[in-house]
Design a protein around this ligand. Structure first.
Ligand SMILES: [Zn+2]
Length: 149
């Protein structure tokens, strides 16, 4: 057994992430879950797959409602599932839809900015291609009440 040090463990976690889930695999998970989207009003189905630092993936779909206000996006569904299960350290999220690239809405950007200020976002489509952007690019100078978020 190789000697243990806390610093090495941190590095190993980072390395393990790339072994556990490639960008293409994360996009595939988003596309698979997208089929479960509940979008009878818009017909616009979205899937999301959120990768946590330990390699765990939480998926999400958009869920519409006849009153429209209670509807939720796929990205926030994935985040809220993860947060409610005690996860707080997020690496990247894949979002897919039937457009050229699926760009998160402003509300989702605000949620991502608070819970994952270094998040990478894979804006994907049904063909498996994607653009990689950071949440800081999508929401510069986002709103916060915290001194050091
Ligand atoms: Zn949204």
């Amino acid at each position: 057994m190789v000697g243990y040090s806390p610093g090495a463990a941190v590095c190993l976690i980072g390395i393990r992430d790339s072994f556990l889930m490639t960008d293409e695999q994360l996009l595939q998970k988003a596309n698979e879950i997208r089929e479960r989207a509940y979008a009878p009003y818009s017909g616009f189905k979205v899937g999301a797959a959120l990768l946590c630092a330990d390699g765990t993936v939480f998926t999400g779909i958009n869920i519409e409602n006849a009153a429209f206000g209670p509807s939720i996006c796929a990205e926030r569904t994935a985040f809220f599932k993860a947060i409610s299960e005690g996860y707080r350290d997020f690496v990247k999220i894949a979002v897919t839809c039937d457009k050229e690239y699926c760009s998160p809405c402003g509300v989702c950007r605000q949620v991502m900015s608070e819970h994952a200020p270094d998040l990478e976002i894979l804006m994907g489509n049904l063909q498996g291609t994607f653009k990689s952007v950071s949440i800081r690019d999508l929401l510069p100078q986002g709103f916060t009440l915290l001194e050091n978020p």
